[in-house]
Design a protein around this ligand. Structure first.
Ligand code: TDO
Length: 201
């Protein structure tokens, strides 16, 4: 698990064992995860989305506590995965970390509670699966417009983004901040500290 420039976000690169049948890899490893993050992965929901090229999902985040941490990988095709630090008071507030996830490197991204997440499908079809620490709670999920220039994301040219009506109508980061909807860095740290001190695992 390698840090990717935003506290609470990591990239995991698996070792892929190839042979004449195909390949094998461990796309999640508890020991490495726990050593990096400081607590074990809680998984209360496993999601799968299939996206056509250009589909741009996100940027989504959930109220903290409990938020929704996610462990994401792309099983078929490729996506540009984006983590956005939308936690007020964070030293890297407004920073984005962009990583390609695909069916070649089979990398995975983990984002802790309170971070914003989105991705763009680069291939004709992109199959993304992710483990989520909390069940879907639509009333507690919010969005920031993924094309907001304040996020500083350089989306690839030549791909026409396809957004859901909800995401297309999402406010800018500044608007979400003014509405008081952003999680605070202090609340996120406090919640993660609680997870680290929980010994019931
Ligand atoms: C996210 C989610 C959606 N749904 C339903 C609601 C809706 O009818 C349909 C599609 O929902 P959405 O448009 O919100 O799906 P999508 O835009 O793919 O939302 C996802 O985006 C990425 C970037 C994330 O990080 C995820 O956590 C999630 O927010 O699926 C569930 O039943 N459970 C879920 O957990």
């Amino acid at each position: 698990m390698d840090p990717i420039g935003i506290a609470g976000a990591w990239l995991f690169t698996p070792q892929i064992h190839g042979d004449e049948r195909g390949s094998f890899l461990e796309w999640f490893q508890d020991a490495g995860f726990s050593a990096a993050v400081g607590h074990r992965l809680t998984m209360r929901q496993a999601n799968c989305s299939v996206s056509r090229r250009g589909s741009l999902r996100g940027v989504h985040f959930a109220d903290v506590p409990p938020g929704q941490a996610k462990y994401i990988t792309c099983l078929r095709g490729s996506v540009l995965d984006v983590v956005v630090d939308i936690r007020t008071g964070s030293p890297t507030f407004g920073r984005s970390a962009v990583n390609r996830l695909d069916d070649r490197t089979r990398r995975a991204v983990y984002i802790a509670e309170g971070l914003g997440h989105g991705f763009l499908a680069l291939s004709d079809e992109a199959l993304v699966v992710y483990l989520a620490s909390e069940p879907y709670a639509p009333d507690r999920e919010h969005g920031v417009h993924p094309l907001d220039p304040a996020l500083g994301i350089e989306w690839p040219r030549g791909i026409e983004p396809v957004l859901s009506p909800k995401d297309a109508a999402a406010p800018s980061l500044a608007e979400v901040e003014r509405a008081g909807l952003l999680p605070s860095y202090a609340d996120c740290l406090a919640y993660q500290e609680k997870l680290r001190s929980d010994t019931t695992f």
